[in-house]
Design a protein around this ligand. Sequence first.
Ligand SMILES: Cc1cc2nc3c(=O)[nH]c(=O)nc-3n(C[C@H](O)[C@H](O)[C@H](O)COP(=O)(O)O)c2cc1C
Length: 185
Amino acid sequence: MSVDNLNLKGRTIVLGITGSIAAYKSADLCSRLKEAGAIVYPILTDSACRFIQPLTLQILSKNPALTDLWYESEHNHPNHIQIADSADLLLVAPASANCIGLFAQGLAPDLLSTIHLATQAPVLIAPAMNGKMYDHPATQENMKVLRDRNYHFVEPEEGLLACGYVGLGKLAKVETILEKVKDLL
Ligand SMILES: Cc1cc2nc3c(=O)[nH]c(=O)nc-3n(C[C@H](O)[C@H](O)[C@H](O)COP(=O)(O)O)c2cc1C
């Protein structure tokens, strides 16, 4: 089955978006997941909101795009535990070095990292960052910790990065991420 006829009907995907220039690609990803029938809950970190408007994700997913751990409870949106419980998959694309570090260490300072700790769904991480950040021993060790916990990764690609360097760290193509989602669900 190609990703063109991907069927995710009724599957709930929590789509974490972090502070990378590649965050704009999450709009296409969200749209493709929705087209495939998935229920998508976009969760943006504060840094992600510097790169893409939550409204874009809200319109594309037809769900509130959540950003704040506290706001949601106060305004009767689904809270982090309900979202974590409903997930069939936690997909983080793009995943920053910071987010990977938080996940590896089990820290929960914001909505996305709190949902991460509260969910029992499989986790799929698509890193995107400068090649030196990606190669840094801390990032590599954090990813190893997560791989050892059976987290899934969509490897970044090599190429010209937004920072101007050529290296490994470019967010994988949306089609590649969708292929991995298909495999996992
Ligand atoms: C212009 C710009 C682009 C950035 N791109 C990335 C990136 O692609 N990957 C990354 O890991 N961090 C990137 N950063 C740094 C992160 O945004 C920063 O580490 C932030 O704390 C991540 O927060 P978050 O994980 O909560 O989203 C970038 C920062 C700036 C100012």
